[in-house]
Ligand binder design. Structure first.
Ligand code: SF4
Length: 355
């Protein structure tokens, strides 16, 4: 029998499965504390937990369902991990150092079906969703790496922006969030977690209804349908109008601010005209949105796209600002390693195929 990752259980699921077999809820709290506070890496280290509980858990669950395969460290403190899953698939996880803390970018799927034309992650179609345990395990592996450095560092922020479309793996992504925000465990502040979607409108409604107090980011990247469809084929099925309706619903329901992600591609979507169109599009919600302008990290396979000139970036930024749109130019991380999302993974896969 293939054992599942122990990190895939929410606290409620863990408590329910122990209760079902006649164990006291207290045992679930103990196990949870060992997992996320003491951060043990085997059942044998859970010395206070009842033997029968340990036996029961170890029959169905295990700690490690992935191995570190490659690690790249940048001079700015960014670390890119490539993990090998049990089925041989590779996934990327990135640790970034900010002034406000340490953030981790997690992967939610093996590959991605959204196929954004600029993205290294979408070069390989989705072969499967990650389980919630495999998503939590990425955080735990990074946290264990930090623990070993012995500097009392803790993952404080999470961005669900790695390989995959998180809203295409919705239930597992929600369970992942429930695990990491649990106050008895890692206790990562919900307000420090951002989930980014290419704009699956139906799921945005559901996400709003879930009332999980985490942040939402939208990969918009173009202010009109013609251009957005060219860059992101998802726009054919879910055009900007439908996406904006779902955002209006989200804003009304949650009263939370939304981040709009906009990758600047030279001479494609970075003209003043597109900045004006973007300002028009966001005008009615400008108090509640924040635009993140992202300098593009070129990828060999997408040679049609180049990084915008600095002047174009600044003009774009100024145009938005003058129109009263909150925005910033995203600080870059790991530019001396394979910085683009999915780049390390696709290079490694190519390399291993060639061997
Ligand atoms: S940008 Fe995100 S949604 Fe688009 S192909 Fe890449 S991983 Fe998928």
């Amino acid at each position: 029998m293939v054992k599942e990752s122990i990190y895939g259980l929410t606290f409620e699921q863990l408590a329910a499965s122990l209760l079902e077999r006649g164990h006291k809820p207290y045992q679930a709290s103990l196990v949870w504390e060992y997992l996320y506070r003491k951060r043990v890496t085997s059942f044998s280290e859970m010395s206070d937990v009842k033997k029968e509980c340990i036996e029961m858990l170890s029959e169905s669950f295990e700690f490690q369902t992935m191995q570190q395969h490659v690690k790249q460290e940048s001079e700015d403190g960014t670390i890119k991990f490539l993990f090998k899953l049990r089925d041989g698939n590779l996934i990327e996880t990135v640790l970034m150092k900010h002034k406000y803390g340490l953030s981790v970018c997690v992967t939610t799927q093996v590959g991605c079906n959204i196929g954004c034309s600029f993205c290294a992650s979408g070069l390989l179609a989705k072969s499967r969703d990650l389980s919630s345990g495999e998503i939590v395990e990425q955080i735990m592996n990074v946290q264990l790496h930090l623990d070993q450095r012995n500097q009392d560092e803790k993952v404080s922020h999470i961005v669900v922006m790695g390989i995959g479309e998180p809203f295409d793996n919705f239930e597992n992504m929600i369970d992942f969030i429930k695990v990491v925000i649990n106050h008895k465990g890692l206790a990562i502040g919900a307000r420090h977690i951002t989930v980014s979607t290419s704009g699956l409108a139906n799921r945005i409604y559901e996400f709003a209804d879930s009332q999980l107090p985490v942040n939402l980011a939208i990969s918009l990247h173009a202010p009109n349908n013609e251009l957005r469809t060219r860059i992101m084929k998802i726009n054919r099925a879910i055009p900007i109008e439908k996406l904006m309706e779902s955002l209006d619903y989200y804003l009304e329901k949650t009263n939370k601010r939304i981040t709009i992600e906009y990758i600047l591609l030279r001479d494609v979507n970075d003209h003043k005209e597109e900045a004006e169109q973007l300002a028009d599009l966001l005008q009615d919600k400008k108090q509640k949105v924040y635009v993140n302008l992202i300098p593009y990290n070129p990828v060999d396979e997408h040679s049609q796209y180049q990084r915008s000139e600095e002047e174009s970036v600044l003009t774009f930024y100024d145009t938005l600002k003058k129109r009263g749109i909150n925005c910033k130019i995203r600080q870059e991380h790991g530019t001396d390693i394979d910085a683009a999302c999915g780049q390390l993974r696709s290079k490694q896969i190519k390399k291993e195929k060639a061997q």
